[in-house]
Each structure stands twice: as C-alpha cells, then as structure tokens.
Design a protein around this ligand. Structure first.
Ligand code: Q9C
Ligand code: ZN
Length: 345
C-alpha cells in the first residue's frame, strides 16, 4: 500500500489549547506523524512519497471559498494586529451561536475567527494553512491512487480533518481531508462512495458536508456525544436528510467500551456500507480508540488494530485510509500501522 505523507506537517505546531479554563499544551503534536512514518518505514508496507500538488478547486469542492481565503491570510492578519502576536497562536473567543447572523462577515479579526470555528482548542499558527493544504494533497493523491486501480492507499498527515466543516475549523481540524478524498472520487466518476469514521470522536464535519447527499454514505463509530466531544452531533437518530435520507449512520458507544462491542459496531457499519452499494471506501483512521489515549475513553489494545484492518479488508472495497486522531504518541505508530498491516494480509 502506497503512503502519501505530509512533508510540511510540522509547520503546524500549536502551543496551547483551552481546556477547563486554562491553556494546556496541545495534544495534537508533530511527533504523531513522525512516529507513524517511522513504523511504516520499519515494517516495509510499501512506497512512501511526499504528496504531489493539486489545484485548490479540489479543496473548494468541499470547503467554502470565503473560508479557504480566510485560512490563507489569517496568520498575517493576526500578526498585523500586534507584532507580538507572532509569538503566540491565534485562538477564537467569540462565536455566532443561535439567533446570531453568519451571512455578514465581520471586519474584526477575532469575530471572523469565531465565525469560522466552533471551539477554542484548535490554535491557528503560522504554518496552519500550508500544512493543512498539503494534508488535502495527501488525501487527493491517495484517492487518485485508488481511483487508478490500487486496492488501497494511505494519506498520512496532520493536522487531522474530520471535525472541519465546509466553512469552519475545530477539534484540531482545518480542512476535511476525508471529505476531500471522497468528493474527488465522486468527481472522478465513482458512483457511490462511503466514509467509515473510526476515530474516537464523531466526525461532525464529514457528516455535515454529506448530510443531504445520497451519493456519499457516512458511517461512524464513536464515543456517545452526550458525554464525549464534539457533544453537539453524532447521535443515533441522525440518519441524513433529503436526498441523503438513510445515508448517515451513527453508532455512539459509551465511554469505557472495549474491543468486542466496538468491533461489533464497526461490522454493523460495514454491513450498512455494503447494503448502500459503495464502490469505494474512505476510512477516517483515528487511533484515539486506544486504551492508553490521554483524551479518549475506549479500550482497544494495540493488537486489536490488526483485526480492525482485517475486518475493513473483508468489505472488499478499494480503500483510502486518511489519518485522523490519536494522542498516545508512543504507541500511535504501532496502532495506525497495525490497521494497514491487518488490511494487507
Ligand atoms: N483537552 C480529533 O481526534 N478537545 N480531534 C478535547 C482535551 C477536542 C479531537 C479536550 C478533541 C478533538 C481529530
Ligand atoms: Zn478523535
């Protein structure tokens, strides 16, 4: 399986995120990708390449142009407010919740940070745009590989993507790489695409992007949003709307769920994807389901990830793996590569 990695990921390096009233060091760190790349090389799973460039229109097939334009210039605007800002990340602090307008774009920078985000845990840094754009290219390259006949490909990138919506960032995510990959497959003529999201957290961005569409099925196994981030989406009664009615499947599980129950939920998701008649699969591959993850609550062990890969392979679909979350940095390489290794058997 070919891997396309993000050669510029370390340009996105957040310092602090807001947690329980104080700024704490970011969990989403560059070492995450480095460890996965190290294990990939050691295991010899296939060619490893930096991603080629793709035109911006592949990104704006999923994301609003005004949001992409904001991301491009946000850091310069932030530093222009105060040269000392170059030493600190930009975090939003005000949001247009219910009854506010989002059609009028404010001039004020802090207001636009809030318009285009939903949490204070996703610092925007000097390299966020370049790293995120390169991440989208990894996803596009992996999708193209599969579209050209490969059984699978892996987009290894950070920051992750599945919390980012068409016009907002959050949950450490800025561009929705899985959605960009799925859309590119559709644009290349693949009739029915499924996204299987196995990150611990619900993929609210991906769900929202495809919620009204019948050509992209979204299935997710995740921590129950009643208690787990992102809290405001991911319930079982969200089934899609309009042309997309019946094309969204959420399988929330309680904090503390172990591998046996989790695996049963994933096979339910895979059965639904098969019933949908998917021609290709995009997997949002988060490994924050690991028992040792510092911010999550499932109980998967490292060896379980081999079974995860085997189960996904049994679906028999051309598969694009897109890297998402996972914060147990020491084990992240073993866990992620185990999925790919299990898929290969
Ligand atoms: N201090 C992904 O896994 N905040 N995003 C958790 C911990 C947000 C996770 C609070 C977690 C987002 C891609
Ligand atoms: Zn996650």
């Amino acid at each position: 399986m070919k891997t396309f990695y993000n050669a510029h990921h370390a340009l996105h390096q957040g310092k602090m995120e807001m947690f329980r009233g104080e700024l704490v060091p970011c969990f989403e760190v560059p070492a995450r990708q480095d460890h996965v790349l190290d294990v990939l090389k050691a295991r010899g799973l296939g060619a490893i390449e930096a991603a080629p460039d793709f035109p911006e229109r592949a990104i704006t097939r999923v994301h609003a142009q005004r949001y992409v334009d904001f991301l491009k210039t946000a850091w310069d605007e932030w530093v222009a407010l105060d040269p000392a800002n170059a030493q600190r990340d930009a975090l939003p602090s005000v949001w247009p919740v219910r009854t506010f307008r989002s059609d009028v774009v404010p001039d004020n920078f802090a207001a636009r940070m809030g318009l285009y985000s939903y949490d204070a845990g996703s610092p925007l840094t000097s390299g966020t745009w370049v790293a995120s754009r390169e991440g989208a290219c990894c996803a596009l390259a992996a999708a193209r590989e599969v579209q050209h006949g490969a059984r699978s490909a892996f987009a290894l990138s950070r920051p992750p993507g599945h919390h980012a919506g068409a016009d907002f960032f959050g949950g450490y995510c800025f561009l929705n790489n899985a959605a960009i990959a799925a859309q590119s497959l559709r644009d290349a003529g693949v009739s029915r695409v499924a996204v299987l999201d196995i990150d611990y957290h619900h993929g609210n961005g991906t769900q929202a992007i495809f919620y009204g569409r019948g050509d992209v099925f979204f299935a997710s196994v995740h921590g129950d949003p009643r208690t787990e981030y992102p809290f405001f989406l991911g319930h079982a009664d969200e089934r899609g709307e309009g042309a997309g009615a019946g094309c969204n499947l959420n399988l929330p599980l309680p904090r503390g769920t172990g591998f046996a129950s989790w695996r049963e939920a994933m096979s339910q998701a895979l059965r639904a994807i098969s019933a949908f008649g998917a021609d290709a699969l995009v997997v949002s591959l988060g490994v924050d389901t690991f028992a040792g993850d510092p911010i999550s609550g499932f109980g998967l062990q490292s060896a379980d990830y081999l079974r995860v890969g085997e189960d996904i392979a049994a679906a028999g679909l051309p598969t694009v793996f897109v890297f998402e979350g996972g914060y147990a940095v020491e084990e992240i390489g073993t866990n992620a590569v185990n999925v790919l290794d299990g898929f290969r058997q």
